[in-house]
Design a protein around this ligand. Sequence first.
Ligand code: ADP
Ligand code: MG
Length: 298
Amino acid sequence: MTRILEVSGLTRRFGALRAVDESSFHVDEGEVVSIIGPNGSGKTTTINLLSGELKPDGGAIRFRGRDLAGLSADRIAGEGLRRTFQNGRVFANATVEENVLIGQAPLARATAPLKPLRRMPIIRWAALVVETVLAIVGTPAQRREERERQQRAETQLERFGQRLLPRRDHPAWTLSYANRRRTEIARALASDPELLLLDEPTAGMNTAETQEVMHQLLDLKAQGQTILLVEHKLDLVMSVSDRIIVMDGGQVIAEGTPVEIQNDERVIEAYLGKRRGTIAARTHDVASAVLDDEGEAR
Ligand code: ADP
Ligand code: MG
């Protein structure tokens, strides 16, 4: 199996707080790996470090053999690592379809054939002028690229069926919270990412909506999509994950298959305090507690 992501000694401090503390884990191609852990355990910070929203203070992030630690979010997205946000970020005034099309911007090679030159002083202006002229005239390669972009957006909108297709021309601000999150996932998928990072994709969703996302994740998994999922709802995590990484206080405290994790004493303690019982027995309690939590926050 190909190791697609290898994280070692990843560390990020906020003042005295070690939000992510020497954490190491890996993801193989085609795997669905979940990160779970109590609130504040460093899950979102980990995703932010992987996607370049935050710079690490230490450690390495090897993605398909290249060290991504410290690169910009743009560069990392260009390497094939795409994410969604815990609070669901969409462009409110753009339509659903435009939001999904935007996700493919770094793929547009025919539209920006001289992009590498833009990093060079003086020449960068010439490159921009040439690209602007090409954009106005429109080359056959650009038209083909545009058709392909449309096609990929279409495929992803179809994935969400009646939820998104009828709303493709609606501005994103008119969408329900759940549909905004679906749009965001469609946007990440439209670029055909090597690794999809999902930060609590079901946050704020009710039980039926959560089930729907679970089926979509299982579909993606069946199609071979590699996913690193941060998720609070343990029943969902247990059904979709090949492996689970457990964080507490910024550290990885356990790693294993869903069955191994369900019976891990440290995990039970971190999640459920000293109460007795396996996670399997308690999953339902935890899942509903989380839903109540978010219900209030909304
Ligand atoms: P999780 O996603 O597991 O709930 P986070 O990664 O969001 O946790 O946060 C881990 C810890 O880092 C928390 O104590 C949080 O308050 C802190 N933290 C996260 N982001 C920042 C920030 N930008 N500035 C200061 N502290 C932060
Ligand atoms: Mg979080």
